[in-house]
Design a binder for this molecule. Structure first.
Ligand SMILES: C[S@@+](CC[C@H](N)C(=O)[O-])C[C@H]1O[C@@H](n2cnc3c(N)ncnc32)[C@H](O)[C@@H]1O
Length: 371
């Protein structure tokens, strides 16, 4: 049974997610604004969940149709084959959004979609009232320019949650964005890799996972693993296939932070991710960066200074970090910051820049291919 899938992603990462899907041999990959679509069977559903590094979740599409009125939304939704996925006892909460459409009230659309799916399933299962006491089949809808699209979320908790980082860390970087930075830096295991502002360790951990080609979803569960309407063996096969793709090498990954508590937390997170032995952690001041090795790549996310006073402190930090890096001509730098004065204070214009979003914060990835 061929299905249509959609992977929403952070703006700016569509191309990277598309490349990832192609490398995983997914058929018919189509990057769009803020998402990438592809098609495949149940096996691809499991493989994409287990292996994607930069995508946020995997949605399976039920259908798409024009919906300028509530009647059209109701009838269009009821016409879709929900029983292919949602069994008699399945719970099916609904969420979604609407943009540039006559149907602009999201709560009203939500109610209509819920009613229409209940009507369809009630009819198919011969039930007047659906118990919804089984596993969850999260419905997502969007109404864009009067066209409704309906999906089921196969991931559950977002794919950025790999399972190695507790919820409570301060100013963390989203794992999917850290993975994207590592990919953009083209890190390979031959060079030194260093994050001198490592915080909770997200960037070096994602670098270690990428270097080993370890699938980020090996150690977590996905909503669709509980779906009785999918063949259960797809998950084990996806994990086995991902483990077969792993390799081992000689890695030189260094991570440091000025805050000893951050370094301790980063160590714990790396252990949870199963990559502790690949990363050398230390407490160090990035303003005194002085790795003795000849060549390498720095991928990092220093403080941005969101408030005015902090902005000044961030500028001083960038200036001193820039001075510490002067003359390290065989090192490359990929640095993410939302600070508009970064290049001026760091002391050099970047060779390339790329706009990326860290949650709601608009940032630039400053790329220096030679320092
Ligand atoms: C935006 S956070 C990094 C978050 C990290 N990417 C993560 O995912 O948790 C910036 C980090 O820079 C550290 N820092 C600030 N000044 C520093 C300095 N002079 N040297 C090294 N680390 C510093 C802070 O302690 C903080 O952990």
């Amino acid at each position: 049974m061929t299905m249509e899938f959609c992977v929403p992603c952070l703006f700016g990462l569509e191309g990277l997610v598309g490349d990832e899907l192609r490398r995983l041999n997914m058929p018919d990959v189509r990057p769009e604004n803020g998402r990438v679509r592809f098609s495949g069977e149940a096996a691809e559903l499991a493989r994409s969940n287990v292996s994607l590094r930069c995508g946020e979740r995997v949605l399976v599409e039920l259908g798409s149709f024009p919906a300028e009125s509530f009647e059209a939304l109701f009838e269009g939704t009821r016409a879709l084959e929900w029983e292919r996925f949602i069994p008699r006892h399945g719970a099916f909460p609904v969420k979604g959004h609407s943009l540039n459409s006559a149907l602009h009230s999201v709560p009203d659309c939500q109610k209509i979609v819920k009613k229409a799916v209940a009507a369809r399933l009630g009819e198919k299962y011969g039930l007047e009232w659906l118990p919804e006491d089984g596993d969850t089949y999260q419905i997502q809808f969007s109404v864009m320019k009067d066209v409704a699209s309906l999906w089921l979320d196969t991931s559950g908790v977002g794919l950025h949650k790999r399972g190695y980082r507790p919820a409570s860390v301060l100013a963390p970087l989203r794992e999917t964005l850290a993975a994207a930075m590592v990919t953009l830096a083209r890190y390979r295991d031959r060079d030194d890799f260093c994050d001198p502002f490592c915080g909770s360790g997200t960037i070096p951990i994602e670098a270690a996972l990428a270097a080993k080609n370890r699938a980020p979803g090996l150690r977590r569960a996905f909503a669709a693993e509980k779906w009785t309407t999918l063949p259960p063996e797809i998950w084990q096969e996806a994990r086995r296939e991902a483990m077969d793709r792993e390799f081992s090498g000689d890695y030189h990954i260094f991570a440091s932070d000025i805050d000893p508590k951050a370094v301790a937390l980063a160590r714990q997170n790396a252990a949870r991710a199963g990559v502790a032995e690949l990363i050398e952690f230390s407490v160090a001041d990035a303003r005194q960066f002085d790795r003795p090795t000849e060549r390498g790549v720095l991928v990092t996310n220093p403080p941005y200074g969101e408030r005015l006073m902090e902005k000044r402190a961030a500028e001083t930090l960038y200036r001193e970090f820039g001075a510490a890096l002067r003359g390290k001509e065989n090192w490359k730098l990929y640095l993410l910051s939302s600070h508009t004065e970064f290049e001026r204070t760091f002391g050099r214009a970047a060779d390339k820049k790329r706009k990326l979003y860290n949650g709601m914060i608009k940032c630039d990835l400053y790329m220096y291919v030679k320092l």
